[in-house]
Ligand binder design. Structure first.
Ligand code: FAD
Length: 518
């Protein structure tokens, strides 16, 4: 095994060769980490795997990786880093599954806490609790494992992300949005309690009743206030099956009006999303989905012929003895919609298959080497009052060709979001999540990062110039000034909470909100 000092010198050499300048801790500081009494351990020589993420566009080498064996390891480490004082450059980033887009879970020259070390079915506890069942899950647990465990009890979380190989702490630090959010709110609206290790190294249990300021700070808090080590997640009875439906529109106004009508209706679908299809052939061969309609021949014949089309995606949950009622309800709901009548496609799958749909595509893309490519994604929250203007410019002018990846577009309602959390959303009752989920498999041309970024920049510039009232989700801002503008009137609260829970700005440096003083 190379010595600590050796690793440290090697790291400095590599950084110098790469022309990278950054604050790195000295050898004594690293030795002091190695001397901490832990249930798990630090590693200093295999840090490069922690300098990557799904975005694949940012690589910041940490000095050390903590593989915690317990929550107290995280507390011990943070207490130690805090004790080094404000002159120490050492920072700490929790890493969930590393599915950030621009280095948000990385720590240049700092410590990455590998949260997945603290996961496992023995750490997941499902409590039936009468009318309000819940699961206590470690912050580093993947949502897919939470689902597997809760399904054993006939239960499941209420609110999801489209992809489940993300961690509980990672999505709760952002918001966690999918097609169930219109009914249940985002994932941050479905948590009853958190256990958090603050930037001072204190282990705090918090909820709406107890230490509520920290509770709301951490939800959507971009990892700034503490490391979420446990979350109590609300559950509901899980259905066995799902009727999964797609219908197409050529008219954007009808598409969005129908979406809005559905999210406001009393008895409606269980999941409502939508996506935009630009100049595509074989439009159902979408990478994000394992959707196999019952009439594949008819479905594959349907071509967009250069048109922009809008696909409404819906599900209705059911158990096998409820199939007839489900059919009636679906028929009644569909009869109220204005889609192109020949474009109704549906399939019945298990609840698990539906929720884990993106993973099926991941497996296929991995096999072709197309998963670990750069992902210059852009996620926007657009107020309802601007969505037509936005669509006219973006889908009518800026995006001319089919892009490399899906474009999501669906409405959610603000009343389901708690404004005490740190999440920033537009100030309007209905707003749209619009996700441009591009992959950049080539170095030049249409499949390149440069091409996608050029389009992203045009879209953002348009939103700013036209005063659309847009907020970015998973925002990759790089200066405090940009973050202040993002938070607007809420910046003061965010900053106050930072001073309270992480006064030395040790946590989540990759978000680039509070530079560490040194
Ligand atoms: P990481 O990327 O590892 O971490 C994210 C941030 O949270 C970092 O700043 C990190 O330091 C911090 N963090 C991580 N764990 C903790 C913790 N325990 N406590 C405190 N801070 C922590 N998002 C949606 O809302 N809806 C979607 O439908 C959706 N679909 C996605 C599909 C794919 C294929 C991918 C790659 C991402 C998707 N996301 C979606 C985005 C996802 O929410 C973010 O990538 C998020 O960062 C979660 O990833 P992660 O668990 O790997 O966390």
């Amino acid at each position: 095994k190379p010595s600590l000092e050796h690793c440290f010198k090697l790291m400095l050499l590599l950084l110098a060769l790469g022309g990278v300048t950054m604050h790195v801790p000295d050898a004594d500081v690293l030795s002091s980490l190695g001397a901490l009494r832990l249930d798990g351990h630090f590693s200093f020589h295999d840090t490069s795997a922690m300098a990557r993420d799904f975005g694949n566009r940012c690589s910041l080498l940490p000095a050390a990786v903590l593989h915690p064996g317990s929550v107290s390891d995280i507390a011990t480490t943070l207490r130690h880093v805090f004790s080094l004082g404000e002159r120490s450059p050492l920072t700490v980033a929790a890493r969930g599954h590393g599915h950030s887009l621009m280095g948000q879970s990385q720590a240049a020259g700092g410590i990455v806490v590998r949260m997945e070390s603290l996961r496992g079915s023995d750490r997941l506890q499902v409590v039936h609790g009468g009318m309000s069942p819940f699961v206590d899950a470690p912050g580093g647990e993947l949502w897919i494992n939470v689902l597997h465990e809760t399904l054993k009890h006939g239960l499941a979380p209420k609110s999801w992300t489209d992809y489940l190989h993300l961690t509980v702490g990672g999505t709760l630090s952002n918001a966690g949005v999918s097609g169930q959010a219109f009914r249940h709110g985002p994932q941050v609206s479905n948590v009853n309690q958190l256990e958090i290790v603050t930037g001072r190294g204190d282990v705090v249990t918090c909820s709406p009743e107890e230490n509520s300021d920290l509770f709301y700070a951490a939800l959507g808090g971009l990892g700034q206030f503490g490391i979420i080590t446990k979350a109590r997640i609300a559950l509901e009875p899980a259905p066995k099956m799902v009727r999964w439906i797609r219908v197409l529109y050529s008219d954007f106004a009808s598409f969005t009006e129908d979406q809005e009508m559905l999210i406001m209706a009393e008895n409606t679908f269980d999941y409502i999303e939508g996506f935009v299809i630009i100049n595509r052939t074989g439009i159902l061969n979408n990478w994000r989905t394992s959707f196999k309609p019952q009439d594949p021949v008819q479905a594959s014949r349907f071509q967009s012929d250069g048109r922009v089309l809008y696909c409404l995606e819906l599900t209705k949950n059911f158990n096998s003895d409820e199939a007839d009622i489900m059919e009636q309800e679906v028929t009644a709901l569909l009869s109220r919609l204005r889609y192109i009548r020949s474009t109704l496609f549906h399939t019945d799958v298990t609840y698990l298959e539906f929720l884990d749909r993106v993973h099926t595509s991941e497996v296929k893309l991995r096999a072709q080497g197309l998963w670990e490519v750069p992902h210059p994604w852009l996620n926007l929250l657009i107020p309802r009052s601007s969505i037509q203007r936005f669509a006219k410019e973006v889908f009518g002018k800026i995006l001319k060709d089919s892009n490399n990846g899906p474009i999501l577009l669906y409405p959610v309602n603000k009343s389901k979001w708690d404004n005490r959390t740190s999440v920033v959303i537009p100030d309007e009752e209905i707003f749209y999540l619009v996700g441009f989920l591009s992959s950049a498999p080539s170095l030049s041309g249409h499949g390149s990062v440069a091409h996608a970024m050029n389009l992203n920049n045009q879209i953002v510039e348009f939103c700013e110039e036209a005063d659309i009232g847009m907020k970015q989700y998973l925002a990759p801002y790089t200066t405090q000034q940009q973050w202040k503008a993002h938070f607007g009137a809420r910046w003061e609260t965010f900053e106050r909470r930072k001073h309270t829970y992480d006064p030395l700005a040790i946590l989540a440096p990759g978000q680039k909100i509070f530079p560490k003083a040194s």
